[in-house]
Ligand binder design. Structure first.
Ligand code: ADP
Ligand code: MG
Length: 303
């Protein structure tokens, strides 16, 4: 059940190519993480899907409607949280959400009304405050609320957790997880852990191109031949010497006497590293193996 069909999208800003022949089908109910470094083209792709920016070529079809030909049909189906969520700081939360709802044609038929949305996004205690008086986390909730106000089937959230403190982050992620049970969600982020926590499909985009499209699990597994060890010695150690440890393929200094040692292959090299230290009379202050492999995949694909 495809809801969003992106076909050969290219986007130029003047001379600059921001998206390069991107094709992608999104199924109903998927929670997709669009992952990529700054400038990769994530926001541009989202703006094109939501009909706010036209592509230079290619098409986006949502529920059978072409985004460029039927922008109103598209906006009825999509809730969009832009990257720099533009809110009216002088409006009260409830007033603002009612205002947004009224901009949708046929809003009286919309199931979820303002009070329900306020409840859903945890804005109950803040509903009589001015938006300008809210903390960043609550402003982000208002942003989510305005994206949800017309009960869209598809949610497009551009970096929904950026700039939030750890508590706010957990709360917003929980709301997104709940929403993902009912809606198709496309969110962008440059945080690997976020994709692992929230999404069932990850699309890595770099330089305007899709470089990976898989489940978070599969992506991690594909790269499970690479391990990264973090080791700290008491003494300063010569890089060339570390490169001679059997099985180590890459050595990177992290400052002072801390190192990242990478290996390719299934074998756990912690013992070899320790033996190397003993043999060369170095003291190991700490040694750990990095468990998160997503980060490696991301770095390898987008370097
Ligand atoms: P991301 O969201 O992944 O950081 P963007 O889609 O914002 O990436 O940007 C992709 C590229 O397009 C960047 O190089 C950016 O500088 C450029 N770009 C984005 N918006 C504009 C614009 N309105 N005018 C000119 N260049 C733009
Ligand atoms: Mg962006």
């Amino acid at each position: 059940m495809i809801t969003v069909d992106i076909e050969g999208i290219t986007k130029y800003y003047g001379e600059q190519k921001a998206l390069d022949n991107v094709s992608l089908s999104i199924n109903k109910g998927e929670v997709i993480g669009l992952l990529g470094p700054n400038g990769a083209g994530k926001s541009t792709l989202m703006k094109i899907i939501t009909s706010f920016v036209p592509p230079s070529s290619g098409s986006v079809i949502i529920d059978g409607y072409d985004v460029q030909e039927n922008p109103f049909e598209i906006r009825k189906r999509i809730g969009y949280l832009p990257e720099h969520n533009p809110l009216y700081h002088d409006m009260y939360v409830k007033e603002y959400l009612s205002f947004v709802l009224k901009t949708y044609p046929g809003h009286s038929k919309v199931k979820l009304k303002v009070d329900e949305i306020i409840e859903l996004t945890g804005l109950g205690l803040e509903r009589k405050k001015k938006i300008g008086e809210l903390s960043k986390g609550y402003r982000q909730r208002v942003g989510l609320a305005q994206a949800l106000i017309h009960d869209p089937e598809i949610l497009i959230l551009d970096e929904p957790t950026s700039g939030l403190d750890p508590n706010q982050l957990v709360e917003i992620r929980k709301i997104i997880t709940d929403l993902g049970k009912e809606k198709t969600v496309i969110l962008s982020t440059h945080i690997m852990q976020e994709v692992e926590a929230l999404c069932n499909r990850v699309i890595i985009i770099d330089n305007g191109k899709i470089v990976a499209d898989d489940t978070p699990n599969n992506l991690s597994r594909k790269d499970n031949k690479t391990s990264v060890y973090k080791v700290e010695f008491k003494e300063s150690v010569n890089k060339q010497l570390l490169e001679k440890i059997p099985g180590i393929s890459k050595v990177k200094n992290l400052g002072q006497n801390q190192w990242h040692l990478s290996s390719v292959g299934e074998k756990d090299l912690r013992e070899s590293i320790f033996k190397f230290a003993v043999k060369n009379k170095f003291n190991v202050l700490s040694l750990s193996m990095d468990e998160s492999k997503m980060e490696d995949v991301f770095q390898r694909l987008t370097k």
